[in-house]
Design a protein around this ligand. Sequence first.
Ligand code: G3P
Ligand code: CA
Length: 268
Amino acid sequence: GQSKEAELNPNRFLNIAHRGASGYAPEHTLASYELGEEMHGDYIEVDLQMTKDGVLIAMHDEKVDRTTNGSGFVRDMTLAEIKKLDAGSWFNKAYPEKAQPQYEGLQVLTLEEVIETFGKGSRYYIETKAPNVYPGMEKELVRVLEKYKLTGQNAQSGKVLVQSFSQESLLKMHRLDSEIPLVQLISYAVPAVISNTELEYMKKYAVGVGMSYTKIDRAYVEKVRSHGLLIHPYTVNDRADMERLIDWGVTGMFTNYPDVLEDVLKNK
Ligand code: G3P
Ligand code: CA
């Protein structure tokens, strides 16, 4: 449809609120996502883990330890157990200068709660994390997206992008629903090099690629774009880095500070 041109057009720069506006509020909570929307993020970034009883939740780590007051693996806990945890107080302790009383007691969100809360007016940039640990994660993701009518024709609008470091996970998504736009994340240990063959292969199933902004240069960005792929580096928090990457031609970026990126874009 018409919005495909809007969101997935390489000339439409995307401000992706990484774990929400996670520079200001506890990542992947309602507070963080709301702030991301208020700060003009185009997408809410949602990392997915799956509970013992098969529910997709918004969490970055496989263990709840870092971002809640609990401990252990998500895969060993039921949703009911996860829901008892406090996903906000850790932030107040870690960042006293940013602490807010309303962050205390925030719950871990399910993917369905996120979509129900923010609705069709928002856009979601969803990552399948540790897909090898959670067989059936992709199928469950497609079920949820279908339930909220975010697949098929609607998927083309770009309201949902699915990203993963796992090519296998993305190929699975592609087989389940070939219309959901996918982004291949790539982890580089050394300065990034990518071949034309790799790029052409990724183009068969993905609309774009993402990688650490610290590993790329202008030539890399130009090469990716010459193949007609979007390029969304992560996680860019400094103004000078944002400006340099925009100058190189990236088509969007992940940031913990969507307000800073919004400001950089306004002053371009
Ligand atoms: O998804 C892009 C970026 O978020 C990948 O790194 O570890 O923050 O999920 P991570
Ligand atoms: Ca992520």
